[in-house]
Design a protein around this ligand. Structure first.
Ligand code: PGA
Length: 251
């Protein structure tokens, strides 16, 4: 069950960070060290920093991932980055279907699924994001929306090893608001059931992360919720002290 699943804390820097941000990463890598903590640790910097971030984290237990990828391996897609390119830069995972991509770039479940499949093709771990808007929650549609997104976005061949699910209520991202632990438990339990149905035995061990205003002060409480196997952290991952404060909840 959930307790047997090794947690992972992933920092999503979004469109933040130039070369000077690597100092923060070096600080995190130094604190985490080479030893395995009680959880896995990953930072997803902007694409421009993946290569240098992978070098900065080398020798530590901190893995590096991308924030998005195109579904094709190469071709005429100006401005896009492929999963293979992320792997080439030293990344080992990529976030797909973040709500900011779904909203700002009109990404549908179908597109997200293609991107997740591309991640697996390139040997990356796919971090697939789902989550309802405030209007959807108020309309009592949270579980329906999340069900549709999970079923529509998971790639064929998803396993507990190559795929991570991240539940991020859109209204909790960057707002300081978080669902109650009861609400988090309800959605994570629902996702666990869906995964068991959808990917069979792999669904037991697939990690389901909570994301949306995770900070040092609420990390322990969220981590203790059934079927929460880690966190996807935005704003609080930009400062070493805050990110380490969150990691401590998992040590
Ligand atoms: P936040 O972002 O922690 O700043 O709310 C989370 C995310 O969007 O992944």
């Amino acid at each position: 069950m959930a307790s047997a699943v090794r947690a992972i804390v992933i920092g999503n820097w979004k469109m933040n960070g130039v070369a000077s941000a690597l100092k923060e990463l070096e600080g995190i890598a130094a604190e985490v060290g080479a030893a395995a903590l009680g959880c896995d640790v990953m930072i997803c910097p902007p694409a421009t920093l993946i290569s240098r971030a992978a070098m900065a984290a080398k020798g530590s237990a901190v893995a590096i991932g991308g924030q998005d990828c195109h579904w094709n391996a190469a071709g005429a897609h100006t401005g896009d980055v492929s999963a293979e390119m992320i792997a080439d830069c030293g990344g080992t995972a990529v976030i797909v279907g973040h709500s900011e991509r779904r909203t700002d770039h009109a990404e549908t479940d179908e597109i997200v699924q293609k991107k997740a499949a591309a991640a697996l093709r390139a040997g990356l771990t796919a971090i697939v994001c789902v989550g309802e808007t405030l209007a959807e929650r108020k309309a009592g549609r949270t579980l329906d929306v999340v069900s549709r997104q999970v079923k529509g976005s998971l790639p064929a061949g998803a396993t507990a090893k190559n795929t991570i699910l991240a539940y991020e209520p859109v209204w909790a991202i960057g707002t300081g608001l978080t669902p109650t632990t009861v609400e988090v438990a309800e959605v994570h339990g629902h996702i666990r059931d869906l995964l068991k149905d959808f990917v069979r035995s792999e669904g037991e061990g697939m990690r389901i992360l909570y994301g949306g205003s995770v900070k040092p002060s609420n990390a322990s409480e969220l981590m203790a919720v059934a079927n929460v196997n880690g966190a996807l952290v935005g704003g609080a991952s930009l400062k070493t002290a805050d990110f380490m404060g969150i990691l401590k909840a998992y040590m």
